[in-house]
Design a protein around this ligand. Structure first.
Ligand SMILES: [Zn+2]
Length: 488
């Protein structure tokens, strides 16, 4: 009889691709699942997981929290692969190099960044492959303007080289430069179609929010899919659609029925978060979303912004400052229903939009664990998956447990679609041993808008490439088994 490196014994194994949902032993050796067995397996290490769910590790398509500290919070929420696809990084080689040099607890990967390439061409930014490149320049008008054809050509050329370097697709933050010519968006989508890789869009304004938008943000995405054949992924359809989510999802459903490749994701919170210098937070247009400065609260500060003058001042002084944008009231069932419909939409992925941690007291030290006092974030960074399993599965019964697991694992693996992802999101022999083990009766988010980085509860073990990152509910700070995921 084979003796495996690790056996997870007697858990309820859920494999969303084959539909397996039964008590099994899972044998792991050499970083891969080797056997899934109805009879007991032998292992050097055997962990009794009776009464717990064993499923593929969660794959987050949308995390801006790429350092060790961010990964650790996400590990405690069941995540094993952290991807920065919406903002992306430019150049991706620098982002992969930095993660490899420092080590990461979880697997990591990056799309290239249209916004940062645009900042380089139009605003002279010298990018280093970090989210800071975008946040530091978010409010500068030079990069947000329509670009002449020659500049568009240079931007597309930069993205093309990054795709050749292994980028997982193209992140398109068009909502942060909402007046650009729609032809530029189509040119970027056409590049993605040629490369056979997805795009990840933060949509520009919906017509309901800005009648003067050059094109409706949802129409633009589905049109690009239909016209170029590119796979267009619609990021956080909850927060850019708010109360118009039914119209947007109806459009997505229609073009998908016609054969276009448009996928979606959502997160289970009513508040968004972004840099306060974002174009759509300008005081003169805030009302279009039904917001006032009082709907905005700076991360790490008490209370909300008082008035237009306060908003103008902080946008001038610190445009990259993270700000809560209270879009929908989670305590109002009618408003929370918009979020539920985005999450329950057929084949929608769960994705966090995790934000970089803010270190309020002292310099950032992403290697420190436990996180010191004064570190804050949006609760979605620490709690998205626990919250989906608690609220949507256990409390509301909106998704079955197996379906929720599928939306956290197989669905995002298939959205990314590169060969390396075909070994993730599955519990089958030959697949990567990225596994999450949780108690379905207690799994829950704990992070709130007041205590923003409380780790989720109920995740017993998180295994990445066959190595524990979380064991018996405890994070192992010395464990850095994360590997790059690229398109190469
Ligand atoms: Zn976004």
């Amino acid at each position: 009889m084979t003796t495996y490196d690790l056996v997870l014994s007697g858990g309820r194994v859920i494999d969303p691709e084959t539909g397996l949902d039964a008590v099994r032993d899972v044998g792991v050796s050499g970083g891969q699942v080797r056997e899934v067995s109805a009879t007991p397996l032998a292992g050097v290490t055997v962990v009794d997981v009776r009464g717990l769910v064993v499923c593929p590790g969660f794959i987050d398509l949308h995390s801006h929290s790429a350092d060790q500290a961010g990964h650790r919070l996400q590990a405690l929420d069941g995540v094993t692969t952290v991807l920065e696809l919406e903002a992306g990084s430019y150049p991706v080689a620098a982002a992969y190099r930095q993660a490899a040099a420092e080590g990461r607890p979880l697997n990591y990967g990056f799309a290239t960044s249209w916004a940062v390439a645009r900042m380089a061409v139009l605003a002279g930014v010298r990018p280093g492959g970090d989210i800071d490149d975008f946040m530091a320049n978010i409010g500068r008008p030079e990069w947000q303007r329509p670009a002449p054809a020659a500049a568009v050509g240079r931007i597309v050329g930069m993205l093309e080289r990054d795709l050749a370097d292994g980028a997982l697709g193209i992140g398109i933050l068009v909502g942060y430069a909402p007046r650009i010519d729609p032809s530029e968006y189509l040119a970027v989508a056409a590049l993605a179609a040629r490369a056979g890789l997805p795009t990840y869009t933060h949509a520009r304004e919906l017509v309901e929010l800005d009648a003067t938008t050059p094109i409706d943000g949802a129409e633009e995405i589905v049109k690009a899919a239909a016209e170029t054949g590119a796979h267009m992924h619609y990021c956080h359809v909850n927060s850019t659609s708010i109360q118009h989510v039914d119209r947007v999802l109806g459009l997505v459903e229609r073009v998908r029925a016609e054969g276009a490749r448009v996928t979606t994701e959502a997160y289970p919170y009513g508040a968004g978060m972004t840099g306060v210098g974002a174009a759509f937070l300008a005081p003169e247009i805030l009302h279009r979303r039904g917001l006032t400065p009082h709907s905005l609260g700076l991360l790490g500060a008490e209370g909300r912004l008082a008035d237009d003058a306060a908003l103008r001042e902080v946008r001038r002084r610190d445009p990259g400052a993270a700000v809560f944008v209270h879009l929908l009231d989670e305590h109002d069932p009618a408003q929370f229903a918009f979020i539920e419909r985005a999450l329950a939409f057929p084949d929608a992925a769960v994705a966090t939009d995790a934000v970089p941690l803010l270190w309020r007291s002292g310099a950032a030290d992403p290697t420190a664990w436990p996180l010191p006092e004064g570190v804050v974030s949006h609760p979605r960074t620490a709690g998205t998956y626990g919250r989906v399993l608690r609220v949507l599965v256990r409390e509301k019964g909106l998704l079955s447990l197996a379906e929720a697991v599928r939306r956290c694992t197989l669905v995002p693996a298939d959205v990314v679609g590169v060969p390396a992802m075909r070994r993730k999101g599955r519990v089958q022999p030959g697949c990567d041993a990225d596994l999450t083990v949780f108690d379905p009766s207690t799994v829950a988010d704990r992070a709130t808008y007041e205590s923003t980085i409380l780790p989720s509860a109920g995740f017993a073990h998180v295994v990445v490439g066959g190595e524990f990152v979380v064991r018996d509910g405890e994070l192992l700070p010395e464990s850095l088994p994360g590997r790059p995921v690229t398109a190469l």
